[in-house]
Write a protein that binds this ligand. Sequence first.
Ligand code: PGA
Length: 253
Amino acid sequence: MRRPLVAGNWKLNGSRATGAALVRAIAGGIERSRAVDVMVCPPFVYLAEIAAALQGTGIWLGAQSVSAESGGAFTGEVAAAMLRDVGCSHVIVGHSERRALFGESDEVVAHKFMAVRAAALQPVLCVGETLDERRQGSTEDVVRRQLEAVLQRISIEKLGSAVIAYEPVWAIGTGQTATPEQAQAVHAFIRGLVAARSARMAAELRILYGGSVKGSNARALFAMPDIDGGLVGGASLDAADFLAICSAASGKT
Ligand code: PGA
């Protein structure tokens, strides 16, 4: 049985004070006996401080991005080993905003994925189609291409406890959530691609849905057999909404 995971991607938001208040509220509101893993992904500069605040809560810490390089003359970059050093367990790679706004190609994303694995951290690999691509009927082609760019470069066992997040670009930050059926179809497709290489890895793989997840729609999404939790942007900045999503995921098992 896959344990659900709810991850909050804070993106470029907040301050030291609001971040601290948010984790206090989440840690205070989360059920100790919950059947869900919970993670927050603050901006780089707040990671160490949030790591300290999360001590003893069981809430995981993730970074929103990472360098593909392990060290050297790469001004402004942050290496995976540094993220591990400050207490991260996970790193988001290939978020659509990184792909679209910062020119990260499938190849760059694959190198980042490998850099994260090399530092013994877990990648959260994001894939998903744009609205045009969906309208053209190429959702599966796009998701396959994004996933294969990584799978072709690693042995399937290297997937380890990596997480995949299906995030249709048209649903991110738009309030237009994919229907549970639309999301389930793509999640099943993704699991099938992994199953073609290893049935065991596919059965264990957590596939999160992302794109306008809220407390009000989480339960229906998480009720789908191949949706193992959520990668949450906007609603992760509101403790009550985020906790509602966590409790919806907890009800899955
Ligand atoms: P959203 O963002 O929940 O604000 O749509 C999701 C994401 O980008 O991970």
